[in-house]
Structure formats: structure tokens, C-alpha cells
Ligand binder design. Sequence first.
Ligand SMILES: [Zn+2]
Length: 476
Amino acid sequence: MYEALLGRYPYPKFALIENFWETGYGMPSFTLLGSTVLRLPFILTSSYPHEILHNWWGNGVYVDYREGNWCEGLTAYLADHLMAENRGEGPVYRRTTLKHYADYVTGSQDFPISTFRERHNSVTRAVGYGKTLMFFHMLRLELGDQQFIDGLRTFYQENRFKRVSFSVLADTFSRVAGSDLRPLFAQWVQQTGAPVLQVKNVRVEHQGKTYQVHARLEQVQRGRPYHLRVPVFMTAEGEEHAQMQSIVMNGRETDLAHTMSSRPVRLDIDPEFDVFRRLDRAELPPTLSEAFGDTHALFVLPTQESPELLEGYRRLASAWKLTMPDAQIRLDQELEALPQDRAVWVLGWNNRFRHEVERSLTSLPVQLTEKDLVLDSARIARQTGSVVITSRSATPPFNAIGFVATETAMAIPGLSRKVPHYDRYSYLAFMGEETKNILKGEWPIVSSPLSIPLGGPRAASHPIHPPRKPLISVEP
Ligand SMILES: [Zn+2]
């Protein structure tokens, strides 16, 4: 598949080698994978294609790091994202990527792609992998699939076994496209931050047999406006698929007008997450990454629990705090109320603030009681299961609330180790001392500011549009 997409594989052989350390390394003509990851059935569509592709990017064309590392984002885009796209999950993959950026990269932690070398935490991953792969996605949408592929092939052919930088990529793609793409590269590679989109002045005009949808798109981030190509979806009554229009923005504001022959029922701005941008909280369901991403989070320990459980929770909080340098750990009896200015982790069934967690869940399809957790038609009994749930506080700025509770002290080390790996989920349940995962899922999105109902009969919860064809099909 990659030879068809990019050009000849550069080495005479490829080997997959099992390592006694848990590594995931792509080396010239071989990959070193740890024995645990090697056993996972899904590596065939995740780590394995990623490491194979590193023979083109990284070990075929080498990285000149002086302008930043282009290779991880490009490899993630053409391996992990491509696999997702082939499963019809491209939009979900991109949403997770943007959510990761929104949750982990805040304020002064942000940095431009041009200073990315390698990942060592969630922040460097969100920019070095996430922002970079979104940049290649936008480049593809700007050029169209064929020209994007031509650019990749030319770049590979001309630079095999050479050390090259982002400038060479920019020059190659400009030559192939016949237009100067260097400003586009500079905007995404050298600038820190992300655009933030808002929509206003939405109205529908009805004239004779046609309807016109008007709206104003705005970029409201600080700093310079970006050049953006924003997909806008319009759904009309009685039509199976939404109509899509790409809005090109070159300044802070752009007005859009779209004529339809049937009554429009909804307007959606970038509903498939094709633009790298800072997402609005309300576009996203609360997930664990939100609570893990707040480095100032507060852990609230349950005074009323048994000494064993209390000690277990204390250890869990200390372990998680290692990635949240400014987090604090307090006992529930020391607090009058939960703070509103930071994420909060409420630990234990007997925590004084459990009722606050219950209250934060009222708009969600779940019930947390004295005895159990009921959701997804499953019931997790307090005596046998361990539960992890996230929600948001009811008042602005709607900070994350995490709840972890178990009656099995022996399960806490397992929770401490496993839960951070499930950070894209909203709720989890585990069974027994061995903490076997039995339930995981994401809350539904209640209201997004970039999805505007235009009246008429209630439309589906999401605009429907035929999925984009993958860049190349994975053979079954
Ligand atoms: Zn990689």
C-alpha cells in the first residue's frame, strides 16, 4: 500500500523484531516492538503500519531538526489517521486529536511545531504529533488528494537518504501545486497557538421558492488571523445529505450565504473537525483527559473511609500528581466547598462531596446513587465494581470533575496505573482486584455553539454527509 502511495520501499528487507524491553522503535528496515504490544490484535492497524511507514519518513528521508520535526506528524497522518479513515472514523480521530490539544496544551505550555524535536509528555505529543498531522490534513484539503499525493511522492523521490527540513517540504509542495505555499507552512509551523472559531448573525431568508442561509464566521483568538478553509454543512428538510461549502477565510470575519431549494434545518461549522483549532468545551463531551489536563487540579480524599482505602486513594493521587506539578491533595473535611477555578478529583464512595458529583451528572444519561452506578443499561454495584466518571461543574468556566470510587482497596493500584490510559473516555467501570475493564464510553454532546438549529422539524444530532474517500484504501 505504501509503495503504491509513496514510491518504492527503500530497503531490501523488513523485519519485525520482538524486544524484551517494551519499545516501539522504527529502525532502518526493522522495528523493535515489546512483547506486550506485539500480542495486541490491534497493532496491525496501529503501531505496525506506523513503524513500517517510518522507513519512508525518518529512515528513508531523514529529519533536519533545525526547523522542527516534520516526520512524526506526517507518519501519524499517513498511518494512524489513514487507518481510522479507512474504518470511517476520520472525524472521530481528528476530534480526539483536537480535544487532546484543548485539554493538555494551555497558556504558556504551547509552542510552535518548529521547536518540536520528540515527544516526552502529553503537551509535546499534542503539538508535535497532533498539530502537525492536522497541518498535513489541511494541506491535503487545500491541494486536493491527487496533488497532495504528488507532493509526497516528489518529496520522497528527491530526498531519499538526505537530511531535510520543513523548508524543503514547503518548496516541494509549492512547486507541485504551482503556487507559493510557504506562507501557509509558516502560519502553522512557526506560529504558536490555534485559531478559535465563532459564528453569529445566523438568519434564513425565504424568497419565492428558495431559501438563503446567512451567517458570519469569526476568528476570535488573540494575535493574527489565519488563512483557513472551513467546511460548512447545511442540512435541508427532506434531503438525505447535508450540502457542504468550503469557506475561505483570510481575515477575522467572513460572511457566508448559501442558497437552498428546501427549507434549511441546521447549520454546522466544521462538524468533521477538518481545521486545526482550539475547540469550545461545549463541542466536546467531558472526558478524563480534561481532568488530567489541568495541572492545578485538586484531589479530595475521603476522611470517612477505612484507613486502607484512604491510604490507597492518597497513593493514587500522589501518582497522578506526578504529571500535574501544581496539583494539591486535601481531605474533604478540610474544605467548605469544592473550588470552581480548577479541575477536581473526588475520591471515594464516602467522600463528603459525592453529592456534588451526583448533581453535576443530572443532564447526562446516568445515575449515581448510594449503592451503585447505572448507565448504558448496565448496573455497577458498589460492593463489587470500581467506577470512574467525569463531568463538569455547573457554573463557568465549567471545570472538569473526576470521580473515582471503589470498595476494594486492592483494586486501587490497578486503577492508578490503568485509568490514565483511558483518558479519552467519560466513564469507566472495572471489576475485582485485578481491575478488569468492563465498561467504557463517552457522554453525548448536548449543545455545540457551532451547530445551529434553524427551525423546522428536529434534525438528527449530527449532519449527515457521505464520508470522504480515504487517501488510499487498505486492502482487506
Ligand atoms: Zn513515530
